[in-house]
Design a protein around this ligand. Structure first.
Ligand code: GSH
Length: 202
């Protein structure tokens, strides 16, 4: 399969999940400029009409979009990896957390990428910090969001941490969450993904 990505964007989540699962992938870095071009020079809109990453092209040629769906697809390709509980309440809790990250956290960062005026920025950061507090509540005293094992929800949550660092958000009020993000960051698959995207690993 082929993952279309932009370094440090939300496509880092499926990238991490693929590395955690040990699946084969061709990484295709998309250039976001006046046009959007794949690494091999194609118009990215011809692959995904939305022009957004992550986009996953399967061996069959089918194209899958929407991060929370891609992550579940990747977990399903490696059932032994434990990246997603496949049954019981644990499965529904994982889907709940994935959806929370996608709709409440991920999208609340979007205005920050558009360089808002200082007041709007402050208000948005307050909103985001409130959502990190909720995420910390979901984590509780567990090592990972779904319990003892790393899951696709952790891959997605980690991107939110990368963005929090990018925008210098103060997460010091969330000690459990920051310790958790450091735990995720130390994982070999996460380190590999960061290196492959040319992002800081320390
Ligand atoms: N609904 C999509 C949104 C993905 C998304 O927001 N991707 C961003 C990068 S993190 C992007 O490519 N934005 C460019 C654009 O939408 O024009 C998903 O959940 O995967």
């Amino acid at each position: 399969m082929q993952l279309y990505y932009l370094p440090g964007a939300c496509s880092l989540a499926p990238h991490i999940a693929i590395r955690e699962a040990g699946l084969d992938v061709k990484l295709n870095k998309v250039a976001f400029g006046a046009e959007r071009r794949t690494e091999d020079g194609r118009d990215f809109y011809s692959v995904n009409p939305q022009g957004a990453v992550p986009t996953l092209e399967l061996e069959s040629g089918e194209v899958l979009t929407e991060n929370a769906v891609l992550l579940q697809y990747i977990a399903a390709q490696a059932p032994g990896s434990g990246l997603a509980p496949s049954e019981g309440m644990a499965r529904w809790r994982l889907l709940e957390t994935l959806n929370f990250i996608a709709t409440e956290l991920h999208k609340s960062f979007s205005p920050l990428f558009r360089n808002p005026a200082p007041e709007a920025r402050e208000a948005q950061i307050k909103l985001i910090l409130g959502r990190f507090k909720l995420l910390e509540g979901k984590l509780g005293d567990q090592p990972y969001l779904a319990g003892d094992a790393f899951s696709i929800a952790d891959a997605y949550a980690f991107v939110m941490f990368v963005w929090a660092s990018k925008f210098s958000l103060d997460l010091s009020g969330f000690p459990k969450l920051t310790a958790y993000f450091q735990r995720v960051k130390a994982r070999p698959a996460v380190q590999q993904s960061l290196r492959e995207e040319g992002l800081p690993t320390a």
